[in-house]
Design a protein around this ligand. Structure first.
Ligand SMILES: [Zn+2]
Length: 240
């Protein structure tokens, strides 16, 4: 097993279409400990995009189905068979060096962003829908962060429920691309590559295009400003 990352601890939130390829790549790269968080069980409709699972695992909790495949690489797997919710998110995340947001819904993605900022650890977000997706790396100090780009959970008239993969559909290959880039960004940040911070990779699978840019922090961002009231307000919105 490679030694460079053998003492590093990474938490992957969500073991679905993104969590599977991210965790696989991090395990193969020699990350010492992977925490994996999910409260779902494997379903037949998952199999085309969640590459760690097969038909023999239907009905099995995803963290239990995924762990043996990851452990083959020598990684220590810590299973968190639960939802990543405000009441326990900090307790779950506090022992990890880096968080990976592989969640499929907005409230969880903002919560991962807030928890990373609170704990002062880097986070790599990822999202995919239909043929497209993005990966976004945020350093331990934020600035720019997920809230600089997306501000807050969609709420109010017309916003409707937050969409996820089951609602909109997603191509497994697009998830594989985004998951691989998330793992790449995570490893770069673990290795101390400051250029990874703020990197946004956008992928258009229908046109075979990828684009990398760097985002700037927004002064009004509740997480990157020094305004403690604004930070608390952001957490209030996530919690409620
Ligand atoms: Zn921000």
């Amino acid at each position: 097993m490679p030694e460079a990352f053998s003492d590093r601890r990474v938490l992957v939130v969500g073991m679905g279409g993104l969590g599977c390829p991210v965790a696989l790549a991090l395990a193969a790269a020699g990350v010492g400990t992977l925490g994996i968080v999910d409260d779902d069980c494997v379903e037949l409709t998952n199999l085309h995009r969640q590459v760690l699972f097969d038909e023999s695992m239907l009905g099995v909790p995803k963290v239990d189905a995924a762990a043996p495949s990851l452990e083959k690489f020598g990684v220590r797997v810590e299973r968190h068979r639960t939802r990543f919710v405000p009441e326990r998110a900090v307790a779950i995340a506090m022992s990890y060096d880096l968080l990976v947001d592989a969640a499929d819904n907005f409230p969880t993605k903002f919560l991962v962003a807030d928890v990373a900022r609170k704990l002062g650890v880097p986070v790599v977000h990822g999202s995919a829908e239909r043929w497209s997706g993005f990966a976004f790396a945020v350093g331990k100090g934020g600035g720019p962060c997920y809230r600089c780009v997306f501000e807050d959970v969609p709420i109010g008239p017309g916003a409707g429920p937050a969409r996820n993969c089951n609602d909109t559909g997603v191509v497994g290959a697009a998830l594989g691309v985004i998951g691989a880039v998330q793992a790449d960004l995570a490893l770069r940040m673990l290795a101390g590559d400051a250029l990874a911070d703020g990197t946004l990779f956008q992928f258009d699978g229908l046109r075979g295009r990828g684009r990398t840019s760097r985002r700037a922090a927004q002064k009004a961002c509740p997480l990157c400003s020094d305004d403690q009231v604004a930070i608390e307000r952001a957490r209030y919105l996530v919690t409620n």
